[in-house]
Design a protein around this ligand. Structure first.
Ligand code: CAO
Length: 418
């Protein structure tokens, strides 16, 4: 018998779409929850057909966010569909949704109604802004949230516009926050026997990751400058946290530095960190022993006004080394650094394949596809990633589990309820 997974037995109605909600429920599915994706008949989650690379297969946008789930098509605005959803709510532990504000209420599934159906139910929602916020009615996508949550104003270079990150700080990050909320509510339910509503706003999830910038705003308000930003000491500060380019942002100055072939390879760079107590090894690695005891260089304060000159010197040292050669030298000196990895390099990285952080999984239309595996590793089990379901692949199976007979299921197909 195989070892039970930690979330075995937890039933999740996955009424989510696009990225924020699906990322959350996928995580729960990896760890054992029975996640049932409920989708609109005919079209399903919009990501099934967005950015398709193969006209006859679900898009990678969908497959990479919906692994380990089952799919039920259901028109939840139709009375028969509502009845099915009610039955599911009675039998499930968690309902996750990320529709536009009010959509679930308009469908007739208010929090009060859900509690009537199942007082143990946990209703988990993603929204753009939190309840009561002056923008609470807005529909929100990834970059909107990055702008609203403080990431865009603090990302990029000081002489360029606010910049969004490629990392899904608004979408997947909110999903990860929501998953923590769901697990917390499940633990709470173990103690009280009651479910509860769990909500995570994308703006708040972005802001939670931008907390050091809120720290910086308060420091700026008080002393008027931020010594770890490239603007210090030669540039100007206004009254808002500036964009700091590739600065380290903490107590350890760092920068993205050019390596051999940067002229032709857009990712021939490393990130180099000048960790305060690693100054001696850095000097030895760079063959610059005279800097070790030079008072103009041997403290972080002394280095600050010439930090860009130091980085320029390191770039000179790097110019005949590939990013991999450079890191292989620097790692021996215990210097925190890494090559700037392209997506192609990550996709082919043997270590990531071995650890299960990138996995190739089977799919009925695609043969196989590459996806991201669990970034969390456990000593008691290794999450097994399976392919995403086809649209409505499990509709008949789920309805039979709910007690519908073959004729009733056929009638629901006929009327496009499923
Ligand atoms: N059966 C019947 N109706 C269904 C259904 C189903 N299975 N699934 C969804 N619907 C209906 C909804 O009830 C809604 O109907 P009403 O507008 O009549 O109430 C309708 O489909 C559209 O839902 P929506 O407004 O959520 O979808 P949209 O494409 O217009 O907006 C999005 C998408 C993401 C902007 C919006 O859902 C949103 O702001 N969500 C909250 C924030 C969020 O999660 N954003 C992240 C998305 S990831 O980038």
């Amino acid at each position: 018998m195989s070892t039970p997974l930690p979330l075995d037995g937890i039933k999740v109605i996955d009424f989510t779409h696009v990225q924020a909600g699906p990322a959350c429920t996928q995580l729960l599915a990896w760890y054992g929850a029975d996640v049932l994706k409920v989708e609109r008949p005919g079209s399903g989650d919009v990501t099934r057909s967005q950015l398709r690379d193969d006209p006859d297969a679900d898009a990678l946008y969908f497959t990479m966010l919906n692994s380990n789930k089952r799919s039920l098509t259901l028109n939840t605005k139709d009375p028969a569909g509502k009845e099915v959803l009610e039955k599911l709510i009675r039998q499930s532990d968690v309902l996750v949704e990320n529709f536009a504000p009010g959509a679930l209420d308009r469908m007739g599934f208010t929090w009060e109604r859900i509690q009537e159906l199942n007082p143990k139910m946990i209703l988990a929602s993603v929204s753009g802004f939190s309840e009561g916020h002056h923008y609470e009615d807005l529909k929100v996508y990834e970059n909107v949230a990055q702008c609203a949550g403080g990431a865009a104003s603090t990302t990029g270079f000081w002489d360029g516009p606010p910049t969004v990150s490629a990392a899904a700080l608004g979408d997947s990050n909110t999903g990860m926050h929501l998953a923590i909320g769901i697990l917390t509510a499940l633990r709470g339910r173990d103690k009280t026997g009651k479910g509860q509503k769990v909500a995570c706003a994308m703006q708040d999830a972005v802001l939670n990751l931008c907390r050091v910038k809120l720290r910086d705003q308060q420091r700026l308000d008080k002393i008027g400058y931020l010594e770890e930003y490239p603007q210090y000491p030669h540039g100007e500060f206004s009254d808002v946290v500036p964009r700091g380019g590739n600065a380290g942002g903490g107590g350890q100055p760092g920068w993205v530095l050019k390596c051999k072939s940067w002229e032709t390879d857009p990712n021939a760079y490393i990130y180099f960190t000048i960790q305060g107590h690693a100054w001696q090894p850095i000097c030895r690695a760079l063959n610059k022993p005279e800097w070790i005891d030079d008072p103009a260089y041997n403290t972080a304060e002394a280095r600050q006004d010439k930090i860009m000159e130091i980085f320029a010197f390191i770039e000179e040292w790097l110019k005949d080394k590939t990013k991999y050669e450079a890191v292989d030298i620097l790692r021996k000196f215990d210097i925190p650094c890494a090559p700037v990895a392209s997506m192609k390099e990550l996709a082919e990285d043997k270590s990531l394949r071995e650890s299960g952080s990138i996995v190739e999984v089977p799919h009925k239309q695609r043969g196989t596809y590459l996806t991201v595996g669990s970034p969390i590793k456990f000593s008691g089990f290794k999450p097994v990633i399976t392919g995403s379901p086809l649209l409505g692949e499990h509709s008949d199976e789920v309805l039979a589990e709910l007690g519908y007979n073959v004729e009733q299921i056929a009638a629901m197909h006929e009327s496009n309820t499923i």
